[in-house]
Design a protein around this ligand. Structure first.
Ligand code: NAD
Length: 484
């Protein structure tokens, strides 16, 4: 079993309290590491270090900063095998997927490094006697607080642009999945960064996360996690009016119209429902299927869900691993139970596997629930597991658009139709940051990502995701002689 440290001010340190906590492998239920239990004092030290590093890091030329960020991407790729191993160990990510993520996600640093080098200013032609120009500046010290569902990607999406643009950072990784973030700090140690440019403080949200969100030395909080925590962060951050980027929860509608290619839609949606064992903010949360194709879609979708290979994450054939923790498994099971209690029907699984090796670990089999009505808990709240929720059949476009929008979230959505004009009319009316006409597959730094309503504020990816980490300054130059 390994004992890890935190990375503060360019040094490896224990928590001030001297306490540690256990990281558990969700596939075996065995302890794999001890990680420092950080607290407010550790946050104070990390924020002070980040403030101290800010002048030297932010005053480097853009070219110099971008070169360092590109080097970070290259080192992450060199270390991809070890990063993937840790992702499987602490999160239960199947090895094939972990290898893909470790090789692919450093691209977020490349996007940010090149994007930052291509920013340009503007001038505003106010009058012949006045020159007004706009410039971008770093926001300052950025707290990066992330969830466990994609432990490194969630950090990269924020750290890439924050660092490239000259901000300094304090990262609070998810407490149950901190090992990949500590590995990231080991790689950052090899870069020529002023000490304190990037800090990693491990520990619970209630202490480390809250201390960061409230800290007067933090200028911005870049957060991904649940909407509930997002609201708490907004409240804590309001005391010093911090910049916020919030990527929050979703209960994403997948609409299958009667003219869709049902086989393609069923296969595509089953993959999305089970990716990362359903622990993805952008998973389908509510299926709305037209009455004319409901039975056909459900039959084909069920067949696809049954094909998904659940098993030991170390087996290259495994597509679905365990859920991240016992607590989260219990939460997913409680949602399935609530659906049954409220009158819905589980038509596939809804239980734990019993065959070895899955009789240990936090597994829940791919599950389908039908007969869900809009007021039920599973129609309104995020389950975050391999659980497909089928709402009652619909018959008209207007009806299903109203149903799809009847939720506090607005993260992503799908409309399956062969008629693109009809699809685009749906896209105009759906209240979500993303609409996929068809698969809506893939993410990546080129695309903006971010929610409407309680799904968040601001965007990650694209030029929008870079500008989030800058302040816009207007400089106004008066060309008139002083006494005119
Ligand atoms: P969470 O909100 O419980 O925790 C997220 C992070 O916040 C963790 O690091 C946690 O320790 C910290 N935290 C908890 N309480 C805090 C507090 N009071 N103050 C400050 N920090 C605190 O979320 P989770 O369970 O780790 O992740 C799942 C959630 O993340 C889901 O709701 C999912 O939809 C969302 N998510 C959203 C996106 C997106 O892009 N919109 C992406 C991934 C996950």
């Amino acid at each position: 079993m390994s004992q890890y440290k935190m990375w503060i001010d360019g040094k490896w340190v224990e928590a001030e309290s001297g306490k540690t906590y256990a990281v558990i492998n969700p596939a075996t239920e065995l302890e794999v590491a001890q990680v420092p239990l950080g607290g407010k004092v550790d946050v104070d030290k990390a924020v002070a270090a980040a403030r101290k590093a800010l002048p030297s890091w932010s005053r480097k030329s853009q070219g110099e900063r971008s070169q360092i960020v590109l080097k970070l991407a290259a080192l992450l790729r060199e270390n991809a095998a070890e990063i993937a191993r840790l992702d499987t160990l602490e999160h239960g990510t199947p090895v094939k997927r972990a290898a893909f993520l470790a090789a692919d996600t450093p691209g977020w640093f490349e996007w940010a490094a090149y994007g930052a080098r291509s920013l340009m200013g503007h001038t505003i032609p106010v009058s012949p006697d006045t020159v007004v120009y706009l410039q971008r500046e770093p926001v300052g010290v950025v707290a990066i607080i992330t969830p466990w569902n994609l432990p490194l990607l969630m950090i990269f999406q924020k750290l890439g642009p924050a660092l490239s643009l000259g901000n300094t950072c304090v990262i609070k990784p998810p407490s149950i999945n901190s090992l990949t973030a500590i590995k990231l700090a080991e790689i950052i140690e090899k870069l020529e960064l002023p000490p304190g440019t990037v800090n990693v403080v491990t520990g619970p949200g209630g202490s480390v996360g809250e201390a960061l969100a409230a800290h007067p030395g933090v200028d911005m909080v870049a957060f991904t996690g649940s909407s509930e925590t997002g609201k708490q962060i907004m409240s804590l951050a309001s005391k010093t009016v911090k910049r916020l980027q919030l990527e929050l929860g979703g209960k994403n509608p997948a609409i299958i119209l009667e003219d869709a290619d049902i086989g393609v839609a069923a296969a595509g949606m089953a993959k999305q429902q089970t990716s990362n064992s359903g622990q993805i903010c952008g998973s389908p949360g509510r299926f709305y299927v037209h009455a004319k194709v409901y039975d056909e879609f459900l039959e084909k979708f069920t067949a696809e869900m049954k094909k998904m290979v659940m098993g030991d994450p170390l087996d290259p054939k495994t597509e679905l691993g365990p859920l991240v923790s016992a607590q989260h498994r219990d939460r997913v099971e409680a949602y399935i139970k609530s659906a049954v209690d409220e009158g819905a029907k589980v038509i596939l699984n809804g239980k734990r596997p019993t065959t070895p090796p899955m009789n240990k670990g936090y597994y829940v089999l791919p599950t389908i629930i039908t007969g869900i009505t809009p007021k039920m808990k599973v129609a309104r709240e995020e389950i975050f597991g391999p659980v497909a929720c089928f709402m009652e059949k619909f018959t008209s476009d207007e009806e299903v658009i109203a149903l799809a929008n009847d939720n506090v979230y607005g993260l992503t959505s799908w409309v399956w139709t062969k008629d693109m004009a009809r699809g685009m009319r749906f896209a105009n009316q759906i209240q979500a940051g993303t609409v996929g006409l068809g698969q809506g597959r893939g993410g990546g730094p080129e695309f903006p990502w971010g929610g409407y309503k309680e799904s968040g504020i601001g965007k990650e990816g694209s030029l929008y995701g870079i500008l989030e980490f800058t302040n816009l300054k207007r400089v106004q130059v008066d060309l008139m002689p002083p006494n005119k």
